[in-house]
Design a protein around this ligand. Structure first.
Ligand SMILES: C[S@@+](CC[C@H](N)C(=O)[O-])C[C@H]1O[C@@H](n2cnc3c(N)ncnc32)[C@H](O)[C@@H]1O
Length: 267
């Protein structure tokens, strides 16, 4: 990996700037959405467009870790729906949006700044659920994030996550923006290693967070190795007229349950 660039430091600043500019993932929910969440109608997103099915919701009152979920969206809605929410995000701006939005509706949330690579500030087995909207693409080692989640979840606890289908990263990016798809990059993809200097500069000049395209094996085997047993999944599209939507759904959401030791296969 390009070790000269500190991806964590860069992404921290990039997300703070995106939050200032009002990027789609940083615009707080409306009063209407909070009122509906209070009635139990939750419009939670793990992926760009499709709402999380109600059957995935943990029981009301559950202690939920909203992992890399800042921005005043999912976190205040979860609090309005009666969950005890801890928001953990690497951008203080995104956390500020959670805190201020929740506060403006008289809701309580706990906000903690940190890196999803290390959840050791939390006690083991201390959350009933972990809610993780698309964000593991901002770190190089997704298996470690799943391991961290496995540590802080209670046995039987739920882990909901959204992630990109790794195929979306394989095409020539500049041609893809014009709707022309030509394979260019190999899997696993990393902005730091897959792009040449000119391409990397183009995205960094535009304040794009650095991304890593993990293989499907990294996602599924990573969860299995962390003791997280798959319960359900769905696929989703970008929306917003992304040309890839014509060909396949670029996102995947999964819900898994932390297995107790006896339920884990020893092969
Ligand atoms: C696409 S946004 C998701 C939040 C959005 N409000 C949502 O509900 O989907 C990605 C979030 O991941 C956070 N993030 C990126 N890298 C992180 C890291 N290493 N540790 C913790 N949070 C991180 C960003 O600050 C940002 O708030």
């Amino acid at each position: 990996m390009n070790m000269k660039l500190d991806y964590l430091k860069y992404n921290h600043q990039a997300w703070n700037k995106l939050s200032e500019k009002g990027n789609r993932w940083t615009v707080p929910v409306s009063e209407q959405e909070i009122l509906e969440a209070k009635k139990g109608v939750l419009r939670l997103l793990l992926t760009p467009s499709r709402f999380v099915p109600e059957s995935w919701y943990p029981p009301k009152g559950s202690r939920v870790l909203a992992l890399a979920s800042g921005g005043g969206q999912q976190v205040p809605m979860l609090a309005a729906a009666g969950y005890d929410v801890v928001s953990f995000d690497n951008s203080e701006r995104q956390l500020d949006a959670d805190f201020k939005t929740a506060n403006s509706f008289g809701l309580h949330v706990t906000c903690i700044k940190g890196d999803m690579n290390d959840l050791s500030c939390f006690d083991k087995n201390s959350f009933d659920a972990v809610f993780n909207p698309c964000s593991t693409g901002f770190v190089p080692d997704v298996a470690n994030v799943y391991h961290q989640v496995g540590q802080v979840l209670k046995p039987g606890g739920l882990f909901m996550t959204g992630f990109a289908n790794p195929v979306i990263y394989l095409f020539d990016i500049f041609l893809a923006e014009k709707g022309e798809f030509r394979l260019k990059y190999s899997q696993p993809y990393s902005d730091l290693d897959s792009l040449d200097e000119v391409e990397l500069k183009h995205f960094m000049d535009a304040n794009e967070p650095l991304v890593f395209g993990h293989s499907l094996a990294a996602h599924f085997k990573g969860q299995i190795d962390a003791g997280l047993g798959l319960v359900d999944m769905f696929e989703d599209y970008w929306g917003e007229q992304n040309p890839l939507d014509k060909y396949f759904p670029g996102f995947i959401a999964t819900v898994s349950r932390k297995l107790d030791k006896d339920s884990v296969l020893s092969l």
